[in-house]
Design a protein around this ligand. Structure first.
Ligand code: SAM
Length: 245
């Protein structure tokens, strides 16, 4: 059989395309793309003439079956999404699962992702986090998700679209309180805007404004209060201080 390559592409800056991604996209028989018009621009920039087929969310199951048949017959196929790494809040999972079930080789071609880019400048220690992707679009569902994450001791990483970001940040500020947040907008693009602030400041700043561009939010965990002190006296004193606050 052939091979299924999962190829990461730039999230805004074409210079981030890796040499291996270019070579793979040149060498495969077929590229399955989330949006062929979008990917055609990328391919023409790198003078890649490989045939393209569409592979988008609504058609995943049907297309996956067709692609598995082609790979089983010896074709090599590369999957790309509009930006970043396929399978991370992007189509890809169904194809990968079917390829694995069919015993076909699956090879990742690593590269850009908004997730790793935002995390790389968040300074998280020790580096563990919870990735939630896009929060639900419906407000009630979103708030109940946030409510359920309130006491999680891990930083929370969200993708969000510009038209929902204002209400999302407001909900976070209301439900989580004033936590530290990393705002990473337009990563690798001309108007890259990466800033650490707090949820309240951010909610105030973006209220009523029109946000453009794509963004990632990393919300730090709330402070978990643990008794400070070693002797019994010190711990009792700490509890007294807490109740007075
Ligand atoms: N698979 C992609 C990846 O690996 O990053 C993510 C695809 S998801 C459909 C698109 C979301 O990723 C955007 O709404 C935004 O949250 C985030 N994103 C993509 N490009 C970005 C960029 N240049 N700057 C900030 N966030 C970005």
């Amino acid at each position: 059989p052939g091979t299924l390559y999962i190829v990461a592409t730039p999230i805004g800056n074409l210079e981030d395309m890796t040499g291996r991604a270019i070579r793979t996209l040149r060498e495969v028989d077929l590229i399955a793309a989330e949006d062929t018009r979008h990917t055609r621009k990328l391919l023409s920039h790198f003078s890649i003439a490989t045939p393209l087929i569409s592979y988008y969310r609504e058609k995943e199951t049907q297309r996956a079956a067709e692609l598995i048949e082609q790979i089983s017959g010896g074709a090599s196929v590369a999957l790309v999404s509009d930006a970043g790494t396929p399978g991370i809040s992007d189509p890809g999972a169904i194809l990968v699962r079917q390829a694995r079930a069919a015993g076909l080789p699956i090879v990742p071609i690593p590269g850009p992702s908004a997730l790793s880019a935002a995390l790389s400048c968040a300074g998280l220690d020790p580096g563990s986090f919870l990735f939630l992707g896009f929060a639900p679009a419906k407000r009630a569902q979103r708030r109940s998700l946030l409510q359920s994450l309130k006491t999680t001791p891990y930083p929370l990483v969200f993708y969000e679209s510009p038209h929902r970001i204002v209400s999302f940040v407001k909900d976070c500020a209301e439900l989580f309180g004033d936590r530290v947040v990393l705002w990473a907008r337009e990563i690798s693009k001309l108007y890259e805007d990466i800033e650490e602030t707090t949820l309240h400041q951010l909610a105030e700043r973006i209220d009523g404004t029109k946000i453009r561009g794509e963004l990632v939010l990393i919300i730090h965990p709330g402070t978990v209060s643990q008794p400070a002190g070693e002797t019994l006296d010190e711990i009792l004193c700490w509890y007294r201080d807490q109740t007075e606050l």
